[in-house]
Structure formats: C-alpha cells, structure tokens
Design a protein around this ligand. Structure first.
Ligand code: DI6
Ligand code: FE
Length: 400
C-alpha cells in the first residue's frame, strides 16, 4: 500500500500559507491521497511511497485559482451599450432608460437551460484554461422564479461538466424587473417568500447576495432579503458601495455577511464595520476598468484594518466582460496597486474566505482539496505580470 496516490517533485511551491512571501517552498514536494493534499514541504524532507511520482520539470505550483464573484450565466451581450457609454452615456443613464441589467434579463428569460449552459461554457472554459478550480456563479438575470431557478441549474451543470467546483449565489435582488416597476415591495415579497425558498428547496443555493445601490435596492429592501436568507441559514454577500456610498457594507456587517464586494465608495466607517464583523473585501478591478471609474476602493484603509482582500473577475455582460483570472490579477496590481503576492492571495486564500470555504481550499496545506496549478514561470510574480500570456502547464483538480 502506498502512502500517497501521487507525488510531485522537482517543483517550487507557492503555498500561500505561513509567514514567508507567497508561503514559498523552493525545491518542494507535494503529495496527494484520496483527492486531498497529504504532504507538502521541502523535497529534502519528503519521505513515503507514492503510487505515482511526477517530475514537474521545475514548475511553480500554486493553489487552484478561485474566482469568487461572477455573473457567468447570462444570455446575449451588451456590446451596444459599451458603444453608447463611449459616446457619453453613463452606466446609470442606460439602466434608468430600461437598458442595463434589465436588457440581459430579457435575453436570459428567453433562453433555454441548454442555451444558458452553452453560452456560459465557453466563458468558464477560458477561466479553467487559466487555472480556475472553483468559481462562484450568481443568479440575478432571471428575476422571476422559473428563470432564476434555470440560471442556478445552469450553474450547477457547468460545474459538473467542466470539473470545477461551483458555488451558487442567489441574486434575486439584482434589479427591479419591469413588471414590478410600480411595486418595489411586491417584488421583494416575491424574492423572499417565493423565489428564494423555491431555489433552496431545489437544492440550488449556497449563498444570498443583493445589489445595494441607488439603481439597485435600498438598505431596507436588502435587510428584508437578508432576513429571509438568515431564516434559511444561508450565508450572505453584498454588492456594496460600487457607484455611491449607500452604507450597504455596514448593513452586511450587522448580518455577519461573508463579504462586501466592489467597495469603490466605501467609507472609513464601512471599513471598521467589515473588520469588526470579520468580513472579506472583494475588489473587482474589471468593473472599475470597464466602467472607466476613477474612484479607487480604500485599499490602504482595508489593509490597515486587517480586512482580507480578495479579487474576482465579476464576469458579466454589462460592467465587466472579463473571463481571464490572470488579467484580473494584473489589473488588481496596475489599477489598485495590489502587490503580485496580494493579487495571487486575492485569487486563492482570500477568495476562499469570501466564499466560506477556507477550511477546504485556497492554500497548499495538508487536508485541503488537492486543487492546484503548475505554471511555467520562474517566479510567482509572473502570474500578475504578463498581459495576455497564459503560462499554465497543468491544472490538477481533486488530485488528478
Ligand atoms: N454590479 C455589477 O457590476 C454587475 N452587477 C452589479 O450589481 C453588473 C451587472 C450588469 O450590468 O449586467
Ligand atoms: Fe457583480
């Protein structure tokens, strides 16, 4: 009987754990058993028998990348709105004129489950080809029970068909659907007492999110959604302070949400609330870039308060048509001045915290899922450095 199923040698490890930069172990070894990491450390210290030993050819091994905030499932695109914005219309103007999220809702409602899966598959495969092993996918373009369930079913199928862990977030409170234009309360009623319970009943929900914004939902409306989530025992996340300081973060902190996401307009008060509640900040440089924002999230204040900072693609058709985790890391460095080490942590260890799966993923540590990537690079900073290159040599999911 072998101690391990497979061992990787002739590699350097960026474990993203421990005190050293990148948790680096030069000339390391990594072994897996039953889909979990069973040994990690210096090759010189490695002992035990492996059924199979892989010479990694000097590759760097990192944890599998985790994209912790995406709207990957949707139909159609909004390239026309991109053109309008470049002619002077703002994202908010377009939303108020009945375009924006609502126009993707029309396309998504009209799409079948197969169509949703097939449109999202190519986006997911791009992410996987750059080392993604876990992805969060939100609903929120259905905004009626059947279509929200269909989106969440599509997300579930995408995970199974592409060998990726998918976490599904219910985002019924993403935008007000046109048929409820004069009845905001009525829509929140449906979200809380019909859509969310039906999605939970179908086993399709891992967390609940909402869009707290002037063009989204108010603090009171979000609180109703969070009360419903809490009653069902679901963790919460919030799109907060993206376009204005609506103080959604403080509300999310009261509910001990896992994360608040976007945060360009976050105040010092909001930072303190996040720290006190043990929340993770999810920064989305793709949306900042694509909406040509100029107000930066308060990165120094978040760091000083010890708030973990994750980064994600926010892949969606309106504000961030971004399907590249490596470009997301590059943008986090160039636009938000994260270090390459923080960017990699943001797509691994801290992203796991934002999803509540830190016990299981995000670092190379014994006991965690054997999800990792082998890269043809000479130092880990290269992962954030190249623009449009993909040095992935191999992606290992659950040990194979
Ligand atoms: N904020 C965003 O950036 C995405 N959703 C949200 O609440 C954009 C979604 C879209 O424009 O389709
Ligand atoms: Fe988003």
């Amino acid at each position: 009987m072998s101690d391990f199923d497979t061992a990787w040698i002739n590699c350097h490890l960026a474990t993203m754990a421990g005190a050293d930069p990148y948790g680096a172990v030069p000339d390391g070894a990594l072994a897996v058993k039953d889909g979990r990491i069973a040994w990690v450390g210096r090759r010189a210290d490695f002992s035990g028998a492996a059924a199979k030993t892989v010479d990694a050819g000097g590759a760097w091994i990192t944890p599998g990348l985790i994209d912790c905030h995406t709207h990957l499932v949707f139909a159609g695109d909004r390239a026309g709105e991109f053109e309008l914005r470049l002619k002077g219309a703002s994202y908010e103007d377009i939303a108020k004129a009945g375009g924006g999220i609502v126009s993707t809702v029309k396309a998504t409602r009209a799409a079948s489950l197969d169509e949703l899966v097939s449109a999202a598959s190519s986006r997911l495969q791009q992410m996987v080809s750059e080392g993604v092993t876990t992805v969060e996918i939100k609903s929120g373009y259905g905004l009626e029970t059947a279509a929200e369930l269909r989106m969440l079913e599509a997300a579930t199928r995408l995970g199974a068909e592409n060998n990726v862990d998918v976490l599904r977030t219910f985002l019924g409170a993403h935008a007000l659907p046109p048929e409820f234009a004069d009845d905001r309360n009525g829509y929140i009623d449906v979200v809380c007492s019909e859509m969310l319970p039906a999605a939970v009943e179908a086993g399709l929900v891992d967390a609940v999110d909402a869009f707290c914004e002037t063009i989204g939902f108010t603090l009171g409306e979000v609180a109703r959604v969070f009360d419903a989530a809490k009653a069902l025992g679901l963790p919460m996340k919030l799109h907060a302070e993206q376009l204005s300081d609506s103080q959604g973060t403080q509300l999310a902190a009261k509910y001990h949400a896992l994360s608040a996401d976007h945060l360009e307009h976050l105040s010092q008060d909001g930072v303190a609330a996040m720290a006190a509640a043990g929340m993770t900040a999810v920064l989305l440089p793709g949306a900042f870039y694509f909406l040509r924002e100029t107000k930066l999230p308060p990165i120094e204040a978040l760091r000083a308060a010890g708030v973990p900072i994750a980064i994600a693609s926010d892949c969606n058709p309106g504000s961030s048509p971004l399907v590249s985790p490596l470009l997301t890391m590059n943008m986090a460095c160039t636009l938000f001045a994260l270090t390459p080490e923080d960017a990699l942590a943001g797509m691994t260890r801290e992203a796991a915290k934002a999803l509540g799966i830190a016990g299981d993923a995000g670092t190379l540590e014994v006991g965690k899922r054997a999800d990792f990537c082998l890269w043809r690079i000479s130092q880990p900073a290269e992962l954030s450095y190249w623009i449009g290159d993909n040095p992935l040599a191999q992606r290992i999911k659950n040990g194979t």
